[in-house]
Every structure is written in structure tokens, then in C-alpha cells.
Design a protein around this ligand. Structure first.
Ligand SMILES: Nc1ncnc2c1ncn2[C@@H]1O[C@H](COP(=O)(O)OP(=O)(O)O)[C@@H](O)[C@H]1O
Ligand SMILES: [Mg+2]
Length: 227
């Protein structure tokens, strides 16, 4: 599907000749693509095709063996560990299949965390976290801890946490993988709403064939190669 957003929009992310191997062998082989600002991209592939490995490289969690990952003029492949940590803090929102919320903290406190790392004052961080929890529909659950919330609610908290730093790109790795079908549909709708209303670029990984349909464009990964 060719998206309207793609036509003429500036590239927010350009990947060139990316390679990554583990001791088990090559995982990603000569991956290249370009993402425009505001696109909703789905990376689809079977389990083991290298989707998570790719997303972790793009988000700066891990290092490629060779190739370029350009966000504007920054090539994160050229950054050292502390530069990548700063890059992640300021430019990346990440949503995990398993939510990865801190269990002893409330929803509000979990969502505040990225701003506290950015040295934003507590009062301001709290106001912002309230605003984003309201946006994801959890205004009445702010003081609940993860174990007091459903899977769908926890994923909303995680999405609010990914949004709060105003990252231009949100990466989501199988964000619906732990949810029942009703919550799955609601989380997909929320991601679409964020993409539409905030023009946030979204790169979502899935192995589900049905979930491909929500994308502006699908990147199909098979055995570490784009097909
Ligand atoms: N840290 C690692 N060390 C060794 N092999 C890994 C590591 N992470 C992933 N792999 C291997 O890389 C391949 C792709 O994994 P992954 O990117 O998680 O695929 P997907 O997310 O598409 O299921 C798999 O064969 C997996 O076993
Ligand atoms: Mg995976």
C-alpha cells in the first residue's frame, strides 16, 4: 500500500546495508529502507525472522555489525554506549510485548520516569504524566500498580510512558502479543489515534497477518532479509 503520507514527506529514518550476527550466525542481512515522518509502518515476519533484533538496533538498544541507521544527520551506528543511551532517552519511545513496567510503582509514577531521567521537575513530570494517562483513557487508574491493572490497561500505561518524552518515533514490539482480542483491537486503535493526532511515526512489529492491515506500509522480513 502506497501511503499519502509517504509522498514528499522528509525521511525521519534511513537504514542502509544493516548487518547483525550472533554466535548462531547472521540474523539481519543487508537491510535497507527509508521511513517518512508520520508513517505507520508494520514490520511483519514469522517468529525468528529477526524482527526484534531489527527494532532493538533501530531504537539504539543494541549495536549493528555494519551499516547505517540515520535519524536526520545522526548515525546511531557511530555512537558509543553513552551517546546511544542519551539518544534513547531523548528520541525513542519503546513499547514491549511484556509491558516492562516497574511493579512497585503506580501507573502515574511509571509514566513519570522518562521525564525524571530528563531531569524535569517532579511537579511538571506529574502534570505531564496525568495528561498522558488521560489521553490513553486511564484517568481513573493513575494510582494503581501494574498488578492491579489488566493487560490492556498496563499496555496503555506503557504507551503513555513511550509518549511522554515527545519522541518523534515510537517502536512497538508485538504490543498486542499478550492481550485478548478485545484489548488487542483497542491497543491497535490507540496506536492509530496517536499516529493520526500527534503525527508520531510508528514502527510496530507483529507476526500477525491481520495486523498488517493497519499500516500505511508493511516491511516484510523473512530470515533476516526484506522481501
Ligand atoms: N542475543 C541473542 N543471541 C543469540 N541469538 C539471538 C539473540 N537474539 C536473537 N537471536 C536469534 O536471532 C534470530 C531472530 O530473533 P528475533 O530477532 O528475536 O526474531 P523475531 O523477533 O522475529 O521472532 C533467532 O534465531 C534468535 O534465536
Ligand atoms: Mg520478537
Amino acid at each position: 500500500m502506497q501511503s499519502v503520507k509517504e509522498a514528499g514527506a522528509p525521511a525521519i529514518l534511513t537504514v542502509q546495508g544493516l548487518n547483525k550476527s550472533y554466535s548462531s550466525g547472521p540474523i539481519l542481512k543487508d537491510i535497507s529502507f527509508r521511513i517518512s515522518k508520520g508513517e505507520f509502518i508494520v514490520i511483519h515476519g514469522e517468529s525468528g525472522s529477526g524482527k526484534s533484533t531489527l527494532l532493538h538496533l533501530l531504537a539504539g538498544f543494541d549495536r549493528a555489525d555494519s551499516g547505517k541507521i540515520l535519524f536526520g544527520e545522526f548515525d546511531i551506528c557511530k555512537m558509543n554506549e553513552s551517546q546511544r543511551a542519551r539518544f534513547r532517552r531523548d528520541h525513542v519511545g519503546f513499547v514491549f510485548q511484556q509491558f516492562h513496567l516497574l511493579p512497585e510503582l503506580t501507573a502515574l509514577e511509571n509514566v513519570m520516569m522518562p521525564l525524571l531521567f530528563q531531569k524535569v521537575k517532579i511537579k511538571k513530570a506529574k502534570e505531564q504524566a496525568e495528561k498522558y494517562l488521560f489521553y490513553v483513557g486511564l484517568e481513573d487508574r493513575m494510582n494503581h500498580t501494574p498488578e492491579q491493572l489488566s493487560g490492556g490497561q498496563n499496555q496503555r500505561v506503557a504507551i503513555a510512558r513511550a509518549l511522554i518524552g515527545s519522541a518523534p518515533v515510537i517502536f512497538a514490539d508485538e504490543p498486542t502479543g499478550n492481550l485478548d482480542s478485545k484489548n488487542r483491537a483497542e491497543i491497535l486503535e490507540l496506536l492509530q489515534k496517536i499516529n493520526r493526532e500527534k503525527s508520531t511515526t510508528i514502527m510496530m512489529v507483529t507476526h500477525s497477518i491481520e495486523e498488517r492491515s493497519i499500516a500505511d506500509r508493511v516491511i516484510e522480513l523473512r530470515d533476516g532479509v526484506i522481501v
